[in-house]
Design a protein around this ligand. Sequence first.
Ligand SMILES: Cc1cc2nc3c(=O)[nH]c(=O)nc-3n(C[C@H](O)[C@H](O)[C@H](O)COP(=O)(O)OP(=O)(O)OC[C@H]3O[C@@H](n4cnc5c(N)ncnc54)[C@H](O)[C@@H]3O)c2cc1C
Length: 302
Amino acid sequence: MSHQDRSYEVVIVGAGAAGLSAAVMLGRSKRRVLVISLRNRRNSPADRVNNVPFAHGTAPADVYAKMESDATAYGVGFVWDAALTARATEGGVSVTTRDSGTFHGERLVLATGPRDELPAWIPEEEWGRSVFDCPYCHTREHDGAAFVAVGAGTETLQHALLCRQYASSLTALVSDADSARGDLAVRLLKAGAQVHADTVVSATTRDGGGLLLVTAAGRELSAGAVVLDTAIQKPNTLLPSALGLELNPHGFPRTTLFGRTSHPRVYNTGKSNPSSPYFAWTGAAASGLNAARAVCEDIAFG
Ligand SMILES: Cc1cc2nc3c(=O)[nH]c(=O)nc-3n(C[C@H](O)[C@H](O)[C@H](O)COP(=O)(O)OP(=O)(O)OC[C@H]3O[C@@H](n4cnc5c(N)ncnc54)[C@H](O)[C@@H]3O)c2cc1C
């Protein structure tokens, strides 16, 4: 199969954890597969991946290079380009890219991940280094640092409690004043943390690492690690809206556990609501495998 081919059994958009997991499984299943993607994955700013079996501590770029090489070995083609729009009819799907033209398939797997909408105060180089939205993936690497959890309310206080064992000092800044007086706040105060109804307005990188945060109430806080809430993760709506997919109340495509969407030829992977079973990198990979399985079964069973 030449990568110049324009027609495939499965077109996957997105070469992250979900898309590459699906690509390897579909390639091994002897399906003609094309992956269209940009190179920037959600965790690309981080130095290493954690909590990913067999890849713990590896640089994200090395994990993706290995997965791409596995997929290529099974005949999967790659086009490194932006998918601008997509179409799905009863007869098939097509994806139009910015610079490489239009590709056709019998089925389409969307694996474009969420879109991170970051607060403007985060210095660009600090996202994925001292600022995260997960209390599990990189907090251990900041053991002994001053932790600040920033966000709206309940989830921020939960993140603060989950970081407590690493923190030399712990502060939660919540924009919702009621949350700052609620049960979780009391629990944090009893644990020696500070809780304020306040929000960050600016941040600068400190010499030696971490951030100096300035808040709306005029506080100045030194932070070795800042944990945001997951509300920064927004649905990537470009292709779902072009395809007219039904959305769930969170704005992500409505899917079954196996990624089937409202269009019988289109599958969607990844986290799609706050209580999704697809948690973090390995969860995204699992959802890619589930979608690949649905594709295989739909092709085989009709
Ligand atoms: C800073 C940071 C660090 C993290 N560290 C960890 C960790 O250590 N361990 C862990 O378990 N989880 C970690 N995570 C979470 C993990 O990265 C995500 O859960 C996982 O990457 C989601 O995988 P995905 O395949 O759904 O999306 P992604 O990995 O984001 O992949 C989506 C792909 O689609 C591409 N794409 C999107 N739109 C288009 C388009 N229109 N055209 C072409 N391509 C497109 C993107 O460029 C990307 O290549 C981290 C997250 C962040 C933000």
